[in-house]
Design a protein around this ligand. Structure first.
Ligand code: 5RP
Length: 232
């Protein structure tokens, strides 16, 4: 069994009739979307969804899920999304798939953000995975310079397969900050990053996870809630 699939199927069991559901982005979230859709088909659940990327929306529609209009959605009951790293304080780095801006907008309006991961994503501290920062394309080189001067770490523009800067679903770009170890001043880092003109959002998520589901190779899952230590 794929651990990501095991975690996602467990997470999909928390979706109930009548809910408004946020759909994440990435390979793990894709399993969740198909698992939710399978329940909708087999149990006749009436739910409406908003997806955090064009790719997830397309997958959701293909599987028959109903996509809601934003002006009719005030809160999400549940959102199921992946993560690149989760620390013991339930902080996360997200954005490996480039959808962090939409993911943070949805997570911030969600009652229960369920994060689905395999065990490799649980980390004692955040920062081995590069921290994605979404920037406005205009003058991104100067935004990069200011980030470099502030943190002194290597910064790489996220590229598309053709080697050009990747353009996000919102027409923005992503700079990856390679700290290569524990993030500095993790509690104030997000606010500090946002003082730089051109920075739109960062992939550090704090206080936005209410439930973690870890999948294992044997198909079992472990569930954790903020305050719980990660133990198996
Ligand atoms: C996308 C994300 C993803 O949730 C994160 O990158 C994990 O991806 P995967 O499930 O493919 O390992 O934040 O922006």
């Amino acid at each position: 069994v794929n651990p990501k699939q095991a975690a996602s199927e467990k997470a999909a069991s928390y979706v109930q009739d009548g809910m408004t559901v946020g759909l994440g982005t990435g390979s793990t979230a894709a399993y969740a979307i198909t698992a939710i859709a399978a329940r909708v088909r087999s149990e006749g659940l009436k739910i409406r969804c908003i997806a955090t990327s064009h790719a997830s929306e397309e997958l959701a529609r293909k599987n028959g899920l109903i996509i809601a209009e934003w002006h009719r959605v005030s809160r999400f009951d549940v959102t199921i999304d992946g993560a690149d790293e989760v620390d013991p304080a339930y902080r996360m780095i997200k954005g490996g798939g480039g959808a962090l801006l939409r993911e943070k907008i949805v997570a911030s309006s969600t009652d229960r953000e369920i994060i689905v991961v395999d065990q490799s994503k649980l980390k004692p501290s955040l920062g081995a995975f590069p921290l994605p920062v979404v920037v406005v394309p205009f003058g991104w080189q100067r935004t990069r310079d200011r980030l470099e001067a502030m943190f002194g770490c290597e910064i790489t523009p996220r590229e598309a397969v053709n080697g050009e800067p990747l353009v996000t679903d919102d027409g923005l770009q992503i700079l990856d900050l390679h700290f290569g170890g524990p993030l500095p001043e993790v509690d104030t880092l997000e606010a500090t990053l946002k003082t730089i003109p051109g920075v739109v959002e960062c992939g550090l998520f704090t206080g936005l996870c209410q439930h973690v589901i870890v999948g294992h190779l044997d198909g079992t899952t472990h569930e954790f809630f903020p305050g719980d230590p990660f133990t198996f």
